[in-house]
Design a protein around this ligand. Structure first.
Ligand code: GDP
Ligand code: IMO
Ligand code: MG
Length: 424
């Protein structure tokens, strides 16, 4: 069997959590491969909304095993509080959750460094979630990070102290206030809790599963336009959010990759700073935010909203090798009599292009739009056959421009509000 990959094609929050939960019954294993508690993946069913940050979104499906891969950065404090929240739901989390010993540990001073770095950037701040993502990946790449497997070592406390000393040396130069004994105490308790879970050599685990014929779904976090290499740098996250990240973040070879599900909203959103060519700073953008409930699942910040951006989507499809597209939040566009799609960019020197320019941050980009008639009616309770003609026209238009079939349309946050196209 193969590893199918599901990832966001925009700036995150495309609806990955919902769809991983919908697809999970088809898979034996769901695995997160990058990111950490900066992610907020929402699932909704039986009238309850769940937001997961660290735990893979297959956790509510009893037959699916869930893996936190080596490419992830994990905060034991966030992990503990997430597990505690799940304890009300009678899930067998301890049997169904496996954590890579090679995943990177987020320690409390990473969060402080995140704050300090953002503060030092002033106006140019990234708009980080302040979960310690950048600093923990910096330590990983700088070859001084701690890994989950280290918590099992008898010398863990010394290793931890050594890293804390390095961080405190830097923090001396910054204006950040904190109560270290309290933070440390909470962290060390959470580490003891984490030790009681199945900490494994996940690359062996996953490759063994593949050999035995299991199907695996890799769950991306963030989105392709936040990728450290291909996103709108420097306004990005610190990991490879693209398909290739699933290979390095799980230890599976490229030849094992199967379907690549590229998930996107029927419009665009972004939370945090950075370029956003189709952003609507008007009442249309506000209406999208209100109707789409566009507030961050991790930080509660309002998300910036705008029309769909096809040059950016095409770029993401190219980098990821997307084989199927999944379109989310079609219902939100029901409010508009006319829908716009950016098909090209006009640059400051007058050039018209379908390519994402190198300098997305400082280049003044004017989106060129094509207009389509909106469906302007509710999609509640509709099946594939009952979808309004204008919505199908929009889907066919996007498929034509993007060159990849749209195999799923989501019409609401609940599990059941999902239309699978082409299913026999
Ligand atoms: P993720 O980070 O990609 O998992 O996405 P988030 O959970 O951060 O944000 C997606 C939001 O949209 C969540 O509040 C979901 O409940 C919601 N959502 C998902 N699909 C749909 C949909 O088709 N329509 C509407 N209205 N909301 C949706
Ligand atoms: P999910 O998985 C949306 C954004 C932050 C900030 C930038 C860097 O829910 O789609 P970081 O904390 O990683 O240093 O922040 O990336 N960001 C996200 N935006 N969804 C996410 O995850 C995000 N994770 C990080 O807002 O602009
Ligand atoms: Mg999210």
């Amino acid at each position: 069997m193969k590893v199918d990959v599901l990832l966001g094609l925009q700036w995150g929050d495309e609806g990955k959590g919902k769809i991983v939960d919908v697809l999970a019954p088809r898979y034996d294993v769901v695995a997160r491969f990058q990111g950490g508690p900066n992610a907020g993946h929402t699932l909704e069913f039986d009238g309850i909304k769940h937001v997961l940050h660290q735990i893979p979104s297959g956790i509510f499906r009893p037959k699916t095993r869930n893996v936190i891969g080596n490419g992830v950065v994990l905060d034991p404090i966030v992990f503990r509080s997430e597990i505690e929240k799940l304890s009300r739901f009678n899930l067998d989390v301890r049997s169904n959750l496996f954590i890579s010993k090679k995943a990177t540990l987020i320690i409390p001073s990473h969060r402080l460094l995140d704050q300090a770095q953002e503060k030092a950037k002033g106006e140019g701040k990234i708009g980080s979630t302040l979960k310690g993502i950048g600093p923990s990946y910096q330590d990983k790449i700088g070859r001084q990070g701690l890994r989950i497997g280290d918590i099992l070592s008898s010398s863990f406390k010394e290793k931890f102290q050594k890293l804390v000393d390095v961080h405190m040396d830097i923090l001396k130069h910054h204006d950040v206030t904190f109560n270290w004994p309290e933070m440390e105490g909470q962290f060390l308790e959470a580490v003891e809790f984490l030790k009681t879970f199945q900490l494994i050599d996940s690359e062996y685990f996953l490759n063994r599963e593949l050999t035995q014929g299991s199907s695996i779904l890799a769950e991306g976090a963030q989105g392709s336009l936040l990728d450290i290499d291909f996103g709108s740098y420097p306004f990005v996250t610190s990991s490879n959010t693209v398909t290739a990240g699933a290979c390095t973040g799980l230890g599976v070879a490229p030849r094992h990759i199967g379907e690549v599900y590229g998930i996107f909203k029927a419009y665009s959103t972004r939370v945090g700073s950075g370029p956003f060519p189709t952003e609507l700073l008007n009442e249309e953008g506000e209406a999208m935010r209100k109707v789409g409930n566009e507030f961050g699942s991790t930080t509660g910040r309002p998300r910036r909203c705008g029309w769909i951006d096809l040059p950016a989507l095409k770029y993401s499809i190219m980098i990821n090798g997307v084989t199927q597209l999944l379109m989310m939040k079609a219902d939100v566009l029901s409010i508009f009599p006319t829908i716009k799609a950016c098909t090209r960019y006009q640059l400051a020197d007058g050039t018209v292009t379908e390519q994402v320019p190198y300098e997305l941050t400082h280049e003044r980009i004017t989106p060129i739009y094509e207009e389509l008639k909106g469906w302007h009616c509710t999609l509640k309770g509709l099946g594939e056959k009952e979808l309004p003609k204008e919505l199908i026209d929009y889907v066919v238009f996007l498929e034509g421009r993007l060159g990849v079939p749209i195999s799923l349309i989501s019409t609401g946050p609940d599990r059941t509000e999902t239309i699978h196209r082409f299913r026999k």
